[in-house]
Write a protein that binds this ligand. Structure first.
Ligand code: PMP
Length: 454
């Protein structure tokens, strides 16, 4: 019989039918709400990605607290997706709820700073090691704005990214290496510019390719996650970033590290934890404890050059910033998150639980003799459908199997556990308990038993 990733195809089909039927029978209120919403939202949901979950119709939430999400049919599940990192510090953390309620009663948006600005600026510099910062509403915006600053500061136009990367809705990065040649991604709807003109793409962990691309001397910056997390996880090989940083500097380019996901590494993110020295950093998603906001940091040199570029430019729109950016609510949320939630103690707990999670997943995979592996970056881990972890985006992409992923995700949902709908990522929050990890491992083990049943 046909097999995929060590499993029988026919068995997968039968199991998928059972899991879908189980979900439909047990979630009537979600189904009714999905039907009510259908006429007035594209694809029936306020954000079409909400259909990327494995469920036959959109799951609707009643409330989310700590590491638990309760749906409208009354099921409470342990949440290891955590809003795909937006809630990495737990849902509705008490200090953030308090700060947001207090601030909301005192106004939300004036296009002016409050006393929180000075505190948050100093904390960002202390924690992440770069002296100067700006705010944005989302990590996508922060990346987009940084690209503008860096291009303006360096006078260079080209961007270098790694094959298989994702940096939010920054169109410039949607260029893939296809047969060694850059090619704009066909799925990028409505984009009419030729992005290959200014975007250079090479494989991660390939220093020779990086050096060759930088040698032309026209790259403004390398925009990268220190660990690729959006095509499955791809770790840097030992010494990779040290050597890559030296090459980038030598060729007069800047290094922007997008730490939206790798903040999971520790209180200062991956760069601070591993001693990297980027020219710019991006943090988004969980930085406001769930309230939309993001920040991006500049080295002293890049800050001076960026400010000079702005002073030298004609007066008028910079194309950088949005009206609601750095609003009073977001700043209050960031202060509460950084000051009271994303603490060293919280991270120690998250890292310990993620370690237990990774170890337990590995044990379960071994028990069922599956050729899969588990990768971990601090509070984040991921199981991948290959015996060895990938070295680059091409290898990582070959390991993806969306049908199998969706079946595992749905089977876990039916057993009280949520994981990220995109590939197989799991996060531990400060509110996650060892009992939650045991619930996950027991559900995962049961799913693997069903998947491998004769
Ligand atoms: N950068 C990275 C590395 C991401 O993974 C994401 C989202 N998954 C973003 C940026 C964009 O974040 P947002 O959707 O909040 O703008």
């Amino acid at each position: 019989t046909a097999t995929r990733n060590g499993l029988s195809d026919a068995n997968l089909q039968r199991m998928a039918e059972r899991e879908r039927a189980h979900f439909v029978a047990n979630n009537p209120r979600s189904q009714a709400l999905a039907a009510q919403a259908a006429p007035h939202w594209l694809f029936g949901v306020p954000l079409h990605w909400m259909n990327d979950w494995s469920t036959p119709f959109a799951l609707h939430v009643a409330h989310a607290h700590g590491a638990l999400v309760t749906d409208v049919d009354g099921h409470t599940r342990v949440d290891f997706c955590l809003g795909d990192t937006g809630a990495m510090f737990g849902h509705a953390p008490a200090p953030v709820v308090h700060a947001v309620q207090t601030q909301m009663a005192k106004g939300c948006t004036t296009m002016l700073a409050t006393a929180d600005a000075a505190w948050v600026g100093a904390e960002l510099a202390r924690r992440f090691g770069l002296p100067m910062w700006q705010s944005a509403m989302t990590a996508s915006d922060a990346n987009r704005f940084l690209l503008r600053w860096v291009r303006a500061a360096t006078g260079r136009k080209k961007l270098l990214v790694f094959n298989g990367c994702y940096h939010g809705t920054v169109d410039d990065v949607f260029v893939d290496l296809v047969g060694g040649k850059p090619q704009q991604r066909d799925s990028l709807l409505g984009q009419v510019q030729d992005l290959t003109q200014y975007t250079v793409v090479v494989e991660f962990n390939d220093l020779a390719a990086l050096e060759a691309a930088l040698a032309a001397g026209d790259i403004a910056c390398v925009l990268a996650e220190p660990v690729m997390t959006n095509i499955g996880m791809v770790l840097p090989e030992p010494g990779y970033w040290e050597a890559a940083q030296a090459l980038i500097r030598q060729h007069g380019a800047m290094l922007i590290l997008d730490e939206t996901h790798t903040l999971s590494s520790g209180p200062g993110g991956y760069a601070a934890t591993h001693g990297l020295k980027p020219d710019a950093l991006v943090f988004g998603k969980p930085i406001g404890g769930g309230v939309p906001c993001a920040v991006y940091g500049f080295s002293a040199e890049l800050a001076q050059r960026a400010m000079q570029a702005k002073r030298d430019a004609p007066p008028g729109h910079s194309g950088i910033g949005t009206t609601l950016t750095a609003n009073m609510l977001a700043m209050a949320a960031m202060r509460a998150t950084l000051g009271e939630v994303a603490t060293d103690t919280a991270f120690a707990h998250m890292l310990q639980l993620a370690g237990a999670m990774a170890e337990g997943l590995r044990a379960s995979i071994a028990r069922h003799s599956l050729p899969w592996c588990v990768t971990q970056v601090g509070a984040r881990c991921e199981f991948q459908f290959a015996a060895q972890p990938p070295r680059n985006g091409t290898q990582a992409e070959h390991m993806l199997d969306s049908e199998l992923e969706q079946l595992i995700h749905l089977a876990l949902l039916n057993r009280g556990v949520m994981i990220t709908p995109f590939h197989n990522m799991l996060l531990a929050s400060p509110a996650t308990t060892m009992a939650d990890v045991h619930s996950l491992l027991s559900a995962f083990n049961d799913v693997l038993a069903k998947l491998t049943a004769p």
